[in-house]
Write a protein that binds this ligand. Sequence first.
Ligand code: NAP
Ligand code: MN
Length: 272
Amino acid sequence: MKFVIVSRDDHRSKTIKATMKQYLTEFDLEYSKEEPELVISVGGDGTFLEAFHRYHHRLKETAFIGVHTGHLGFYADYTPDELEKLIIEIAKTPFQTVEYPLLEVIIRSKTGEKEDRLLALNEVMIKTADGSSVVLDVEIKGEHFETFRGDGICISTPSGSTAYNKALGGAIIHPSFEAIQLTEMASINNRVFRTIGSPLILPQHHTCMLRPMRDSSFLISIDHYTNTYTDVKSIQCRVAKEKVRFARFRQFPFWNRVRDSFVSEGNQRFGE
Ligand code: NAP
Ligand code: MN
């Protein structure tokens, strides 16, 4: 089996990367930057996002796994003290995988020439390029839903629901739901502008289309990447047909990860 390791640029992560690389090659696994079947990220969730985007063109052929070297991560959920066991498990392949849904974002420009299709593991965030409020027509399944005015809009995946979405008051969604969640950032609500105010959870095939009403330049972040887009005609969001696969060598249920990260480090595990 071919594998690659993407690590954060600190001493601890680089040491763990070197150890894993050495042992796994001794177990006859091949290190391949071009065609890995297993992508191991060593660092935090940010490192995992980086690893995902580096190999998102190989989602069908690749499984991902994350080792965390900082605090507990959502994607990087293996600890360094599990390393030896993990290396042996990886070497014994084949392994089990679990799949999580992704978000598809299509950004179309006014000239009609350019169309960017992007995949997000966490979320897309839309703000204006100059810090003024965004004014967007929100369309759901081809029907006008509301005209949003405020700081911005965040649309997240279920696994991204514990990231920015959570800070915006969105719900935490179990990644077995194929859904996306739209949350508002400081919407302006008065007699002129009125938005729903609550997070919306859309199932598969319910496309959400955002059409700029005023500006056409936006700061659009996909996970940890931010770009300025000019001449934006529309931003289309829906559950992607692609999924991300995680290699799984032991049970660590999503709700345990949520509890251990946000509530308290629990000793007792509850079943999946
Ligand atoms: P960062 O500024 O280091 O990320 C902020 C925090 O979000 C970090 O603690 C990061 O974990 C954590 N995180 C990332 N994905 C997560 C997930 N799915 N569930 C729970 N926590 C998650 O920037 P980054 O590492 O490049 O990550 C980019 C992501 O950070 C964005 O996609 C966005 O969701 C999130 N973010 C959140 C806020 C907020 O909550 N107000 C603000 C900015 C960005 P690590 O430290 O392990 O990397
Ligand atoms: Mn980070």
